[in-house]
Structures are given as structure tokens and as C-alpha cells.
Ligand binder design. Structure first.
Ligand SMILES: Cc1cc2nc3c(=O)[nH]c(=O)nc-3n(C[C@H](O)[C@H](O)[C@H](O)COP(=O)(O)OP(=O)(O)OC[C@H]3O[C@@H](n4cnc5c(N)ncnc54)[C@H](O)[C@@H]3O)c2cc1C
Length: 510
């Protein structure tokens, strides 16, 4: 199958980016927000409305992080299923999750109407379904029952034109989908001004919690009463890193030979996961998007396989003409199935919003609603539910233990089995390997032209060894999800600093 644009997300390839200046010099504001994804921009909107002066500091461009690489679906249920919340917490918690997420979708719709944001926002149904013959009926039935208990408008009926064979169905009306990048770009443009200073190309290098907080950037320092880490996973060392698992997930946008299915969020249950399918149309034509094949960051050797599996699935279910875009992006799954939104544990004036799994367009919006209320001194009915200082040993136990055994395993195993290839010349074109030369632990990649790119293989976040990702040509840390380019630059995740150049010290950030 032909591919037009490799590893580029549909949204960033087809949406015009507005440009904002970089910070130049020091600044004092009420609140500094690090990161201009859906979380940072939604929070900025609500804080400005509450009368605060805000600076948003973005390393790259507004919306260019995970928000611009998502699939743009907005729904009240969650990736891990509502029934998981009921079993890990309670039915009351499950209802509160559904109600708060519904309120966040309504918030997005209200902003679209308030600012007339052209982002193809549409109310559509959300479907979770299984096909005949794969024994997954029970899972769908359980979620339908959970959705009903959570007060969502759910039925077990599939519409007549449904594009898949169905054995079991949970069909929730009045969910939504949009172009997430156009939305965030539109909202940012609407709020930018004297009380909402937006800076792009402004990488934050350190945040010091205090009274005031001090945010150091490469281009000056920002002093603020409060700081919000809206960087998807908070930068630096935070307790929540030990309670989240980073996952890489794969997406594709294809053109079909025939007509697209009707608008809707189609979650097709598979063994151990689901594929998420949705149509999208803009002036460039009709696309069908698919998302799936998640795996823990840095835990897969042949990442290309994941794209191939998505392609096989699409070919089996649709008359695909060709792949137009394919890309991957990251999720952080929380140990107890609830995100961490609010004051950072052990800090006073730093706020975090993370652990969204694949549901963060809604949770990021909800974070803005909750954190802005806390800062403005207003009661928020959901603040306690998502409070990062909560301790839920029973709900978190299996995942918490697994995550930390995984980290310990990688710390030991990757150091023990280092350097099976001790010769740089053995590395073939397109291949990346961790090797040891003169007691120095290195990550070496040979590009298609035969040139070697060598950096330290020790993640500067907490000292784990990075693994090569052959689909995206990056070095990915299996412990907390930091990712680096083949030249060692931070791409995403909690690390502030780049992989060191060879012959440099390997100190961690602590
Ligand atoms: C493939 C995929 C599909 C998804 N689809 C959906 C979906 O359909 N629906 C849904 O609800 N959720 C979805 N999600 C989840 C959702 O996309 C994310 O949870 C959400 O976008 C996170 O938003 P954010 O603003 O917190 O983070 P981001 O959008 O990642 O924004 C963080 C920003 O911080 C900036 N930043 C990082 N470090 C620094 C620094 N040092 N200094 C300054 N700025 C910095 C980054 O450049 C970035 O712009 C999907 C996730 C994946 C991986």
C-alpha cells in the first residue's frame, strides 16, 4: 500500500499554525503555565477569565505536542473502561468520572461557540463493539451496563449503516469529535493578549516551587505565584512518575476507495486492546483514522510491526486506497485508572495534570477547569476525585508494583547485558544499538548514508538505559517514557536535559 507522508500527524500536516514570539528577558505574572497543549491552553482560558495574568511557555508550537498527534475523539467513557473505575474505586466514583468528562466535552463545545472556532466539532455517537466469533461480548456488555449506571445515554443497538459486523454493542449518544489542533490554535488565538502572554520556542529548563515560584527558561526567568506543569508528564522528578506507565500508540490516516462511514467514534474490541476508528473530512478530502497497537515505551524491538498490523486490520475491514499519514504518540496510564490533576505532592504552588491514558483531550480540558478553580479559590466538585495527593493502595497496587518492578528490571537488566555489540562497525545502516566503549555507555545509530550518530545511552532523568525505536528513529527510555532524537535532543517525557555527548558525565537530574 502506498504511503504519502511518513510519520507526520494528519492535523499538523493540514492545519495552519499561528506564530507567537519567544520570551526575551525576565517576566513576572500571577501564573506561569509550562506547555501549550490542550491542558495548558484550556487552563490559561479559565485563569484569564478569573482575572489572573498568565504566561504560557511552550518549547515548540501551540498544540504541537500530543494534542496535535491525537485522534480528536471526545467521549465520557475511558480507555480502561468505566467498569474498571467501579471495581477499583466505587460506582459513585465511576459516575463522577462520567459526569466530569461530560462537563469537559460541554466546555469544549461552549468555547467552539463562544469564539466561533472552526475545528469541525460535531456531536456523534461513541461505539464499543465486538465482532461475532471472538468471545469479547462480555466485555462490551459489562461496559454497557457500567455506562447505564453512570447515567450515560447508552443502548445496545447498532445503526443500520454500521460499517462492521456486530455481536455486542454499547452505543452512547451525544459524544463528539473535532480537529484537536485547530481547536487549540483557535482557543489560543482567542485568549492571547495583555493578560495571556503566549511564548513559543521557549523551553523551560527548571521550575522551583516557592513563594514565588521561579521558572527558568533558555530565554529568561518567569516569576509567578503558581506554576502549572502542563507538559503531559511533569518535567523533572515527581512522585507520580512511579505511578504511571508510559505507552507508545500508533495512528494512521488513509483514503478509502468508497464512501466513508458515518461520523462516530468506533472502538473495536480486540484481545487485550481496542482499535479506535473515525472518519474526518476537510478541504483536502475524506480520511479514515485508526489508532491502536499500544506498547510500553522502549519495550518493543520492531516498532514498524505496529504500523503493519494497523494496515492489515484496515485492509481486512475497508476498501483502502492508500495511507496518507502515519504517526505515533505517547500516553501515560495511571496506576489506579484515574488521572492526577491538582497540587503536586510535596509542593505548595506547583500544579500537575497527567496520567490521562488515551483520554486526555477531555481530561486536559477538565484539568483546566479544576486547577483554575483551585487557584481562584473556588470550590470544584471534582478536585478531590483527581487530587494527585490521593493514596489508593488497593486500586493502584498491581499496576504500581508492576511499573516499579519494570523500572528496577530495566535498571539492572540493561546494565548487565550491555554491549553485546562492542564494535561500532557491526552496526548496520538504519540500526541503533547500545554499546560500551572504554567504560562509557553509548547509544549508537548508523543512518542510511552510513554515518554514525553516537550519544550517551543513560537517560538523564533517572539513569535508565535508552532503547532504540526503529519506526521513529529515536532513543526511548523504558522507565518513565523520556524520548530523545538520534542526536540526543529531548523529544518528550519527563527529562529536561538531552542525552550527553560521548565522554561527558552521566549524572542524573536529582
Ligand atoms: C495516538 C494518540 C491518540 C489520542 N487520541 C485521543 C483522543 O481521540 N481523545 C482523547 O481524549 N485523548 C486522546 N489522546 C490523549 C491526548 O492526546 C493527550 O492526553 C493530550 O493531548 C495531552 O494534552 P497535554 O496538553 O496535557 O499535553 P501535550 O499536548 O503533549 O502538550 C504538552 C506541551 O508541553 C510542551 N513542553 C514539553 N516540555 C516543555 C518544556 N521543557 N518547556 C516548555 N514546553 C514544554 C510540549 O512541546 C507540548 O506542546 C491520544 C493520545 C495518543 C498518543
Amino acid at each position: 500500500m502506498a504511503v504519502d507522508h511518513i510519520t507526520q500527524a494528519l492535523w499538523s500536516a493540514t492545519t495552519a499554525f499561528k506564530t507567537y514570539p519567544s520570551l526575551s528577558g525576565d517576566l513576572e505574572v500571577d501564573v506561569a503555565i509550562v506547555g501549550a497543549g490542550i491542558t495548558g491552553i484550556s487552563t490559561a482560558y479559565s485563569l484569564v477569565k478569573a482575572g489572573k495574568k498568565v504566561a504560557v511557555l511552550e518549547a515548540l508550537k501551540v498544540g504541537s505536542g500530543t494534542t496535535g498527534s491525537s485522534t480528536g475523539n471526545l467521549y465520557a467513557p475511558i480507555d480502561e473502561r468505566l467498569y474498571t473505575i467501579a471495581s477499583k474505586h466505587s460506582e459513585e466514583t465511576m459516575r463522577a468520572v462520567a459526569t466530569s468528562r461530560t462537563a469537559a466535552i460541554d466546555f469544549i463545545e461552549q468555547r467552539v461557540l463562544e469564539f466561533n472556532i472552526d475545528c469541525e466539532f460535531n456531536r456523534v455517537p461513541w461505539y464499543l463493539f465486538s465482532e461475532p466469533g471472538n468471545d469479547l461480548m462480555a466485555q462490551v456488555g459489562k461496559e454497557r451496563e457500567a455506562a447505564e449506571k453512570a447515567g450515560l445515554p447508552v443502548t445496545g443497538e447498532a445503526p443500520a449503516s454500521f460499517p462492521f459486523k456486530v455481536e455486542s454493542m454499547a452505543n452512547i449518544a451525544h459524544q463528539a469529535q473535532f480537529n484537536p489542533l485547530k481547536y487549540v490554535q483557535g482557543l489560543a488565538a482567542a485568549i492571547a493578549g495583555d493578560n495571556c502572554l503566549l511564548f513559543e520556542g521557549t523551553k523551560v529548563m527548571d521550575v522551583e516551587d516557592g513563594e514565588p515560584c521561579v521558572v527558568q527558561t533558555e530565554r529568561g526567568k518567569v516569576t509567578a505565584k503558581q506554576v502549572i506543569m502542563a507538559t503531559h508528564s511533569p518535567k523533572g522528578i515527581y512522585a507520580v512518575h512511579t505511578a504511571m506507565e508510559p505507552y507508545r500508540e500508533y495512528a494512521m490516516a488513509v483514503r478509502l476507495k468508497g464512501a466513508s462511514p458515518a461520523g462516530g467514534v468506533y472502538w473495536h474490541v480486540q484481545q487485550m486492546q481496542h482499535y479506535s476508528v473515525r472518519p474526518y473530512s476537510n478541504e483536502q478530502g475524506n480520511f479514515l483514522l485508526i489508532l491502536g497497537e499500544a506498547h510500553k515505551v522502549g519495550h518493543k524491538e520492531h516498532n514498524e510491526e505496529n504500523f503493519l498490523k494497523l494496515e492489515e486490520y484496515l485492509k481486512a475491514h475497508f476498501d483502502v486506497d492508500h495511507i496518507v499519514y502515519k504517526w505515533a504518540a505517547q500516553n501515560y496510564k495511571p496506576a489506579d485508572a484515574l488521572p492526577y490533576i491538582g497540587t503536586s505532592p510535596l509542593q505548595n504552588n506547583t500544579y500537575i495534570a497527567t496520567g490521562f491514558a488515551a483520554d486526555g483531550l477531555v481530561y486536559g480540558t477538565l484539568s483546566g477547569m479544576i486547577i483554575s478553580d483551585i487557584i481562584a479559590g473556588k470550590e470544584n466538585e471534582w478536585a478531590k476525585l483527581y487530587d494527585p495527593t490521593r493514596f489508593t493502595p488497593i486500586a493502584s497496587a498491581p499496576k504500581f508494583a508492576k511499573e516499579n518492578i519494570d523500572v528496577a528490571f530495566h535498571l539492572v537488566k540493561d546494565f548487565l547485558f550491555y554491549g553485546e555489540t562492542d564494535q561500532l562497525k557491526e552496526i548496520r545502516a538504519g540500526e541503533g544499538k547500545t554499546i560500551e566503549i572504554d567504560d562509557e555507555k553509548l547509544a549508537a545509530y548508523r543512518d542510511e548514508e552510513g554515518q554514525l550518530h553516537v550519544v550517551s545511552s543513560i537517560c538523564p532523568h533517572m539513569g535508565c538505559v535508552v532503547h532504540f525505536n526503529n519506526a521513529e528513529k529515536s532513543w526511548d527510555c523504558p522507565c518513565h517514557g523520556s524520548r530523545f532524537s538520534i542526536e540526543g535532543e529531548v523529544l518528550e517525557g519527563p527529562a529536561y536535559h538531552n542525552l550527553a555527548k560521548p565522554k561527558a558525565t552521566n549524572d542524573t537530574e536529582e
